[in-house]
Design a binder for this molecule. Structure first.
Ligand SMILES: *Cc1c(COP(=O)(O)O)cnc(C)c1O
Length: 462
């Protein structure tokens, strides 16, 4: 009796269970064992710092919840019910079957990545892709790097050197794209000096001419992808800026951001997004844009324009640090060919999604709603408002269809959390006291999974 009491005095220390015991209680998990062991050790060490140690079930609960948290950070497929087609947080553009099939054979085999099959010796990387990409962009030449930010950094490094470091840019274009991409910061990180001209709302061709001096390296135009300005606004046309650049023998670069290559206004009732082809026709020397926004390919940064500058960029030692691997190159290659073959609108998910009719969405919504009838939940079929997202066409809204759910036995936030933490995770949005799922961004092949995920959210164990 007395000895027991003595032990209890230091219960805080002694009741920390052994790692082995916790592991046994956890049983089989999908997370590799060494990672689970590390997590259990960490949790137990944290408990040692605490005054009141919970009982074994309590400890197990904490370990389980931290294991769930770790597991949820693993990259995995998610059902996107947000209605945002190019959702930066959800991986931007999904790839289509045609791209995946080619990708698989490239990934599983040796390839001619840098081997000239005709000559039997070392060859250029991605010569075919670059050829076709240039054609698609209406450019003399084109190349690909890791992302649009990398493309911009590469060009800035190429065109700025020694005394010539100034990059002229309108104050109306010093934008921030998503998290962590600010044009002024990218410029500085590349060793360029920002030479701001005009004002937030007004910049004239004269502002460009006046700013040019012996330190000027290039003129940069940045597409205002994710916002728009209205009212007392003025900026020179691309042609006008191009004329100033030509007169002063300066490279003129445009960061197009999304890089739609088809006319977006013909795909859906949305605005026109400037295309690489247009920019180049208007006198831009080099354009850059993302591969995984409206192009609908993998993450990549595409540069297109004057051949002699593309050649120079590829000679930059830094290019080596930004180049893509064979999987990405293969995916871009197939994507570009789909465009050239006129198959893009059907085969590229980001574009196909734009064109799905509301009748088709409505039919799916009713089927799912019927299947959900037995649950303690009010289900309504409402109107959705899909958007391109990814920082493009902020004004364009595509009418859609949404499933609007109101569970009767739990708060909306709890319901949303359970769906997010389910398998597969379902991401929607809460508006007007309902949890909404926009069907436009949910693939029909996911309907069954979605229905099951909603059912599971009502079962106790998520
Ligand atoms: C999205 C965007 C970028 C960044 O592109 P990443 O491919 O994500 O590096 C750069 N500039 C503009 C204008 C953009 O819209």
């Amino acid at each position: 009796m007395t000895t027991k009491k003595k032990i209890n005095k230091s219960a805080a220390l002694r009741s920390i269970p052994a790692v082995e015991k916790v592991l046994q209680a956890l049983g089989q998990t999908e997370v590799p064992r060494p990672a689970v062991i590390a997590l259990v050790r960490r949790e137990l060490a944290a408990l040692r710092q605490e005054k009141d140690v919970p009982d074994f079930e309590g400890v197990l609960g904490r370990v389980r919840s931290s294991l769930r948290a770790l597991r949820s950070t693993r990259i995995q497929p998610v059902i996107n019910g947000t209605g945002i087609i190019v959702h930066t947080n959800l991986g931007r553009s999904p790839l289509g079957r045609a791209v995946l099939e080619k990708l698989e054979t490239i990934a599983a085999n040796y390839t001619n990545l840098e081997f000239d099959l005709a000559g039997g010796e070392r060859g250029d990387r991605a010569a075919y892709l670059e050829h076709n990409l240039a054609l698609l962009c209406g450019a003399e030449a084109a190349t690909v790097v890791n992302n649009c930010a990398a493309a911009l950094v590469l060009m800035l490094r190429q065109f700025t050197s020694g005394e010539r470091r100034e990059v002229i840019i309108s104050r109306g274009e010093l934008v921030q794209i998503g998290g962590g991409f600010r044009i002024p910061e990218i410029l500085e990180a590349s060793g360029a000096k920002l030479r701001e001209i005009g004002t937030t709302n007004k910049t004239s061709p004269g502002d460009y001419s006046k700013a040019i001096g012996k330190h000027t390296a290039m003129i940069l135009k940045v597409h205002r992808s994710n916002f728009f300005m209205d009212g007392f606004v003025e900026s020179p046309s691309t042609e006008e800026i191009a004329a100033v650049a030509r007169k002063n023998r300066l490279p003129f670069v445009e960061d197009l951001g999304s890089g739609a290559v088809l006319e977006t206004e013909k795909l859906a009732n949305i605005e026109h997004e400037p295309t690489p082809d247009e920019a180049i026709k208007r006198g831009v020397d080099l354009v850059c844009f993302s591969g995984d926004k409206l192009l609908g390919g993998p993450q990549a940064g595409i540069i297109a324009g004057k051949a002699r500058w593309i050649v120079a960029l590829k000679r930059e030692p830094f290019f080596r640090a930004l180049r893509c691997d064979k999987l990405i190159l293969s995916a871009v290659q197939t994507t570009v060919d789909l465009y050239l073959n006129g198959q893009a609108v059907d085969s590229i998910p980001a574009l196909a999604i734009l064109r799905v009719s509301n009748e088709a969405l409505q039919a799916r919504a009713s089927r799912i709603a019927t299947a959900l009838e037995a649950l303690p939940m009010k289900t309504v079929i409402g109107e959705g408002k899909s958007q391109i997202g990814g920082g493009t066409l902020p004004r364009s809204v595509i009418p859609s269809v949404s499933l609007e759910l109101r569970p009767l036995n739990m708060p909306l936030t709890e319901f949303a959390a359970r769906l997010r933490e389910g398998s597969p995770p379902v991401v929607g949005y809460v508006a007007g006291g309902r949890f909404k799922l926009d069907l436009r961004t949910i693939f029909p092949r996911q309907d069954e999974e979605l229905f099951r995920a909603i059912h599971r959210a009502f079962a106790r164990v998520p």
